[in-house]
Design a binder for this molecule. Structure first.
Ligand code: 2YH
Length: 273
């Protein structure tokens, strides 16, 4: 299932960026920039993001423009030190405008893909990988490492599958749940995971959960003291779940966009040692 942000989810992002930064700092020990770098195996001193020109192009195709989406992407990347702007025009005319202004990175999203193209070399980052990598880093920070740890992944869609793969490569013991058992079996043929069809049992026996599912999480099954890294939208927790969880890492756009920005910049900016 493809999750799409709504006007309502996006309307307060710009005002809440400092709050997300503080939340990440206190829960993971990394701020947004440090987390975004960590997600792609770097540290902030390895890359200079200051002044990189970023054009964000609103896209009208499919379900159309999400109010403040492009403005939020521009603000998230500005906070990382980039020189960002939203094009006045949408679609192809907007892309031409971004290129004519000398943008090194062009962000744009339709209903399926959200990408950040590096115009110096045509390489691009995408939101699914970046969201998975960013939230894995957040979980790793909050759990003080994932190697040898048991992690439950809810949802075997694009983000959940990539996250499972990254965490397996980090040496975590990954169990995946999805309502669609075919998706589960397909994934287990590709990477070394356990699969479960018992979401309640899995939730109540895991301290670490990566939630990449759009489904609600019933607080009755949440394990006391569990840590959730939860890119899934809409926000899935009830009061009981929030009370029992030690930490819930969630934001609608910042983490994935910040990782996209740093990764796309890394395609053209040299990595300092
Ligand atoms: O939210 C989305 C898609 N679900 C992409 C998800 C990728 N993981 N797209 C945003 C659409 C933005 C709109 N076209 C605009 O305002 O430009």
């Amino acid at each position: 299932m493809m999750t799409r942000l709504t006007d309502d989810m996006v309307k307060d992002i710009i005002g809440s960026l400092d709050g997300t930064n503080d939340m990440l700092m206190s829960l993971t020990g990394m701020n947004t920039l440090e987390l975004a770098c960590d997600a792609i195996g770097m540290t902030p001193d390895m890359i200079d993001l200051r002044g990189i020109k970023v054009g964000v192009v609103p896209v009208t195709s499919g379900k159309g423009i999400i109010k403040k989406f492009s403005e939020s992407v521009a603000e998230i990347t500005s906070k990382l030190g980039m020189d960002s702007f939203v094009t006045e025009n949408a679609d192809v005319t907007g892309i031409a405008e971004a290129l004519a202004a000398g943008s090194e990175i062009v962000f744009m999203a339709d209903d399926i893909q959200f990408i950040a193209v590096n115009t110096k070399n045509g390489r691009f980052s995408n939101n699914s990988f970046s969201t998975a990598a960013g939230y894995v880093s957040a979980l790793k920070g909050a759990a003080k490492g994932l190697s040898g740890k048991k992690v439950l992944v809810l949802g075997a869609g694009r983000v959940g599958s990539i996250a499972a793969e990254i965490m397996v490569s980090m040496g975590a013991e990954v169990t995946v749940y999805d309502v669609d058992t075919k998706k589960l079996r397909d994934l287990s043929e590709k990477i070394s995971i356990r699969i479960t069809e018992d979401v309640e049992g899995a939730l109540s026996s895991h301290d670490l959960v990566f939630n990449a599912s759009p489904a609600a999480i019933d607080g009755r099954h949440v394990k006391e003291g569990a840590i959730f890294s939860s890119p899934g939208i809409p926000f899935p927790f009830d009061e009981e779940g929030l009370r029992k969880a030690k930490a819930v890492i969630h934001d609608p756009l910042d983490i994935g966009t910040a990782v996209m920005a740093v990764q796309s910049a890394s395609f053209s900016r040299p990595r300092k040692q």
